[in-house]
Write a protein that binds this ligand. Structure first.
Ligand SMILES: Nc1nc2c(ncn2[C@@H]2O[C@H](COP(=O)(O)OP(=O)(O)OP(=O)(O)O)[C@@H](O)[C@H]2O)c(=O)[nH]1
Ligand SMILES: [Mg+2]
Length: 427
């Protein structure tokens, strides 16, 4: 396991006047850095902090601190020094030279975690594109940091030395970037086709969103365990940051209630590298186009409020902040709130996905929020249109079927799209 030394800088210039807030968010950032390092299979052997008014443009931390960090890294036998912020190419190069140790910043760390977690071709490409875009301007002097990465980034290791070699590497990487982007576009096209199919089915779409590790996948599995009898459909849930990177869409048919499509997707984190949000845009589009968002919050985390704000900010960046939302304050079992779900207003619920308390209350809330998306209709369908009858059997909640002389009478709850499509048969 690699030994990591974490360096955090608490900037206190005039732009961050509210010192209380600043201190809290600094602490949150440092705690998160430790979780991120762990998620990257590193052991955190120490922390160095500095309060300063402005970051040093050449080395981020001050010159005296550089010496301190170098000595701490040596004494603690650190394999790598990680900074809590995005370092500029120059800062990275200088620090690498002066610290005598490979250097990484928060963005690179997140990108590394993403690249070890990516499973599907699309996720792998998205991460690789974000990584290359971030790395390209930082190529100079990155030798050590890059050569410690194996696998997919092997082509990035800058084996030779000198500007010529560097220029060659850069051109090769740019070429690779272009071809990866092209492949991504074609995958995005396929995804678009699937999405269109789902829109045509007329089934309302609900998306789980929220901070990483809040319990989104656990809620997805709670529904799947209850209403879908197929273990293969379960999604991966685990106590680690960024367990989920791909979007999974599942159809949930809760007994005699209306069906909906539920999607589980990548979680958010504060200062999520912008390049990653951009790279994951097509995956996140599933959430952007939902009829309803379920914002999952880890209520047992002391920073849950800050995490909510980060999620809301990220949704704003994605243009998904106007979609109706239900707030799920999850992990209530860890907060001594007993086994029962508590409902507040028409959009907040305190529950536990792990103990499955609250599944019914959440369903009722989802149904209420989607109520405008359904219509109760009576249809009379001619016998020659048996295809419509079987389609409705699969895609709506049927209350009554009657085989009459002039056709099949059906009383059912239909999504507004389906009701629109079969308007001519509605009585
Ligand atoms: N005690 C308790 N643990 C929970 C609850 N819900 C989820 N967890 C645990 O929290 C951890 C994270 O759950 P996930 O469902 O993987 O979280 P996620 O939001 O999908 O996380 P990412 O995919 O990383 O964004 C797992 O270890 C779950 O078992 C809950 O209600 N109570
Ligand atoms: Mg997940």
């Amino acid at each position: 396991m690699e030994r990591a030394l974490i360096v955090g800088v608490n900037i206190s210039n005039s732009q961050s006047r509210n010192s209380n807030n600043r201190y809290e968010s600094f602490n949150l950032a440092i705690r998160e850095m430790v979780s991120l390092a762990k998620a990257c299979e590193m052991e955190v052997v120490g922390q160095v902090e500095q309060n300063m008014e402005n970051a040093n443009t050449a080395t981020y931390i001050g010159p005296g601190k550089v010496v301190e960090v170098r000595e701490a890294a040596k004494a603690l036998e650190a394999d790598i020094v990680i900074f809590d912020n995005g370092l500029s190419p120059i800062q990275l190069r200088n620090l690498q030279n002066e610290l005598d140790c490979p250097v990484m910043d928060r963005t690179t760390l997140i990108l590394e975690i993403f690249s070890t977690r990516a499973r599907t071709r699309e996720a792998k490409l998205q991460v690789e594109v974000a990584r290359l875009q971030y790395m390209l301007p930082r190529l100079v002097g990155l030798h050590d940091a890059l050569s410690r990465q194996g696998g997919a980034s092997g082509a990035m290791s800058n084996k030779g030395s000198g500007e010529k070699k560097l220029e060659l590497d850069r051109r090769r990487l740019e070429h690779r970037l272009t071809s990866m982007k092209r492949e991504l576009e074609s995958i995005a096209g396929e995804r678009e086709t699937q999405r269109k199919k789902r829109t045509e089915s007329g089934i309302p779409r609900v998306a789980l969103v929220g901070y990483t590790n809040a319990g989104k996948s656990t809620i997805m599995n709670m529904f799947l365990n209850e209403y879908v009898d197929n273990e293969d459909k379960l999604v991966f849930e685990k106590n680690m940051l960024f367990a989920t990177l791909d979007t999974t869409v599942r159809r949930i048919e809760p007994g005699d209630r209306n069906a909906f499509l539920l999607s589980d997707t990548v979680g958010f984190i504060s200062n999520l590298p912008h390049s990653l949000i951009k790279a994951f845009r097509s995956t996140l589009e599933e959430a952007c186009e939902a009829d309803l968002l379920i914002h999952v919050i880890d209520y047992s985390d002391e920073n849950y409020y800050e995490q909510m704000k980060v999620t809301e900010q990220t949704l704003r960046e994605l243009g998904a902040d106007t979609i109706p939302m239900i707030y799920v304050f999850n992990k209530a079992d860890l907060c001594g709130m007993g086994q029962l779900a508590t409902i507040q207003g028409d959009d907040k619920i305190y529950m536990s996905a792990k103990t499955k308390s609250g599944i019914d209350a959440l369903l009722t809330m989802i149904e209420a929020k989607l109520s405008g998306r359904y219509e109760e209709c009576e249809l009379l369908i001619p016998y020659k249109r048996g295809d419509i009858v079987s389609y409705l059997n699969d895609n709506s909640v049927i209350y009554e079927t009657d085989y009459r002389d002039d056709g099949v009478y059906i009383k059912a709850s239909l999504s507004v799209e389906l009701a629109g499509r079969y308007r001519e048969y509605i009585q």
